[in-house]
Every structure is written in structure tokens, then in C-alpha cells.
Design a binder for this molecule. Structure first.
Ligand SMILES: [Zn+2]
Length: 202
């Protein structure tokens, strides 16, 4: 299992949770998970570009042709996760590892199975995390979701959409500038009658 995030909050929370997870549970979790990673960007979903309000999740691992390969991965979405206190982040990490432990015992159809029974699955993940000793952290996670995260997200979405739009525009501008420079260089090279070897940025 790889840990592909430099987020100190997540790494500290993982270390804390791991200490309290029974060895056989940790073995099942770390054998099932391919990686744990953190996404740093805000994300939009759907045709209307709504802000994705997910802060963490257990997802299938996709192969080169987007086929699901055995095992799973946990992704933490840092812009939202940062709204939680350190205590609640420990709760989120314990909750996601609880999902991973349950999924490790469900066989290859684990993702479909979890999606069909998502309410029960959520309850089970919290129960497992509580059994590992993180009851107060789960409570903090749930309280902060209700008191902080949800009101923040239901504040005008345009604030978030504006950020995503600006980011995307900056990327478009960057690509345009690169293409303009490239065309200028190509024109110059053609004028000299030399072949161009600039990398194409499409
Ligand atoms: Zn969950």
C-alpha cells in the first residue's frame, strides 16, 4: 500500500489510527488498499458544474483501459478536508479505513455492493472506527460536518465555482500563450528555411 500524500494532517491521523487498529484488521486493510492519496484541487461534477462536496472516499482502482483491478484506494479531497479540525480528520481517516476493512471481506463486487447499501455501509464504518477507539473522533466528524462543513458548502456555490472557473481559465490562457509562442517560433524558423522541432502543445 502506497501513501501518496504529503498532507501532514492526513499522515499524522493515519499514524494515530494505525496504532490502535488490531494487527489482523490492519493486515486486511493494507492488503486490500493499493494506495492512499490526497487531491489538492477543487473539483466540479455534472453537466452544470456543481462543486463536488466529497471530502474523502473509497474508490476502485482503475487499470490502463479504465477497467477495475482488484483492491481499492482511499482518496482525501484536501480543500474540503481542511475545513475539519485535527480531531475530526482522525475520525474521517478511521471511518475510511473502516470502509476498507469491510470492503476487503466483500469480494470483487465490493464497490457495487457498497453503493447499493450505502446507508448501512456508512453506519458500519462508524461502528468499526468506534470499536477501534475513535468514538469521540467520529462524533467530532459528524458534528463538524453539520455545524461547519454543510453550512460552508451551502453558502453561495458561486464562490467555489468562481475559483474553479478562474483556475480553468488560467490553464486555457497558459495553453494559448504556449501555442502563440510556438506559432511565432515556427514562422521564424520557416522564414529561415529550417525545420522546427518545438513540442506541440494541444
Ligand atoms: Zn463513508
Amino acid at each position: 500500500m502506497q501513501i501518496n500524500t504529503r498532507s501532514r494532517a492526513i499522515r499524522e491521523a493515519l499514524a494515530r489510527v494505525r496504532k490502535r487498529i488490531p494487527v489482523q484488521d490492519w493486515h486486511a486493510i493494507s492488503s486490500f488498499l493499493t494506495r492512499i492519496s490526497g487531491e489538492r484541487e477543487w473539483r466540479a461534477v455534472g453537466a452544470w458544474g456543481y462543486v463536488d462536496t466529497l471530502w474523502a472516499g473509497l474508490f476502485p482502482v482503475l487499470g490502463r483501459c479504465f477497467e477495475a483491478v482488484p483492491g481499492g484506494q482511499i482518496i482525501f479531497f484536501l480543500p474540503l478536508l481542511r475545513l475539519y479540525s485535527r480531531k475530526a480528520i482522525v475520525g474521517v481517516v478511521a471511518h475510511e479505513l473502516g470502509h476498507a476493512l469491510r470492503a476487503s471481506k466483500m469480494g470483487p463486487e465490493w464497490h457495487e455492493h457498497m453503493q447499493r447499501r450505502w446507508q448501512r455501509v456508512e453506519h458500519e464504518a462508524n461502528a468499526l472506527a468506534s470499536r477501534w477507539g475513535f468514538r469521540s473522533h467520529i462524533r467530532a466528524m459528524r458534528n463538524e460536518r453539520r455545524r461547519t462543513l454543510n453550512p460552508y458548502l451551502s453558502s453561495p456555490e458561486k464562490k467555489f465555482l468562481g475559483r474553479i472557473h478562474r483556475r480553468d481559465q488560467e490553464q486555457v490562457c497558459h495553453h494559448r500563450q504556449v501555442r502563440l509562442l510556438q506559432h511565432a517560433a515556427e514562422r521564424q524558423t520557416r522564414a529561415k528555411g529550417e525545420p522546427t522541432n518545438l513540442h506541440s502543445c494541444q
